[in-house]
Design a protein around this ligand. Structure first.
Ligand SMILES: N[C@@H](CCC(=O)N[C@@H](CS)C(=O)NCC(=O)O)C(=O)O
Length: 194
């Protein structure tokens, strides 16, 4: 989403995690996605990629942020989210217990959203982009529970983000990239208008 927002052109290489290309493992032995290969360096963390893109070009004025909310999201919340999502792999606690641990963070977000439409103000910002994918994952573990929860503002915010063109525009499905081929040009050329 940050790259789409920046409108910087990249070559997209869709990776199937069960069959990672050798050339990806060579430049990034860490072996996680996303990976961004630049002319003289490799970025292997989503936040670094977001910052790289938006530092150069930010037409939507999302800004750059190392907000405390992002730190809590990437550490505490992600920890409980993974356990809530895969509770059968972590039998020490029930899914409901994992969910209630994760909810501490949801309450912080709800408090922000009681003050403004997005997490840091009336406009969507870097912080919204960084946190949204994780709240989306959390919500879809049990969407009925989420939609009926007490986090009313968060439910509204998630829907705003899900409907936002920036999100829908990056949700196309791509075929896996094959070694020694050219990936997909992104943003894709709009060939609907003559
Ligand atoms: N902190 C990293 C996390 C990256 C990460 O864990 N990505 C997952 C997919 S969402 C992955 O590539 N896992 C490796 C695998 O499943 O083999 C980032 O934000 O870039």
């Amino acid at each position: 989403m940050a790259i789409a927002a920046s409108e910087l052109p990249v070559e997209l290489r869709e990776v199937v995690l069960k069959n990672k290309p050798d050339s990806m493992l060579q430049i990034s032995p860490k072996a996680t996605v996303p990976v961004l290969q630049l002319a003289d360096s490799v970025l292997e963390e989503s936040l670094d990629i977001m910052q790289w893109a938006l530092a150069q070009s930010d037409p939507l004025q999302l800004g750059l942020s190392d907000d405390e909310l992002i730190t809590i999201n990437d550490n505490e919340f992600k920890h409980w989210l993974d356990r809530y999502k895969y509770a059968d792999r972590y039998p020490e606690m029930t899914a409901e217990e994992y969910r209630s641990r994760a909810c501490e963070f949801l309450m912080s977000l709800e408090q922000q959203l009681e003050q403004h439409t997005f997490l840091t103000g009336e406009k969507m910002s870097f912080t919204d982009l960084a946190i949204f994918p994780f709240i989306r994952q959390f919500a879809y573990v049990d969407i009925q529970w989420f939609n009926n929860s007490k986090y009313h503002k968060l439910v509204q915010w998630l829907n705003l983000m899900l409907e936002h063109e920036l999100f829908t525009s990056v949700m196309s499905k791509y075929d896996a990239w094959q070694e020694d081929t050219v990936g997909v040009q992104f943003p894709e050329m709009d060939n609907t208008s003559e």
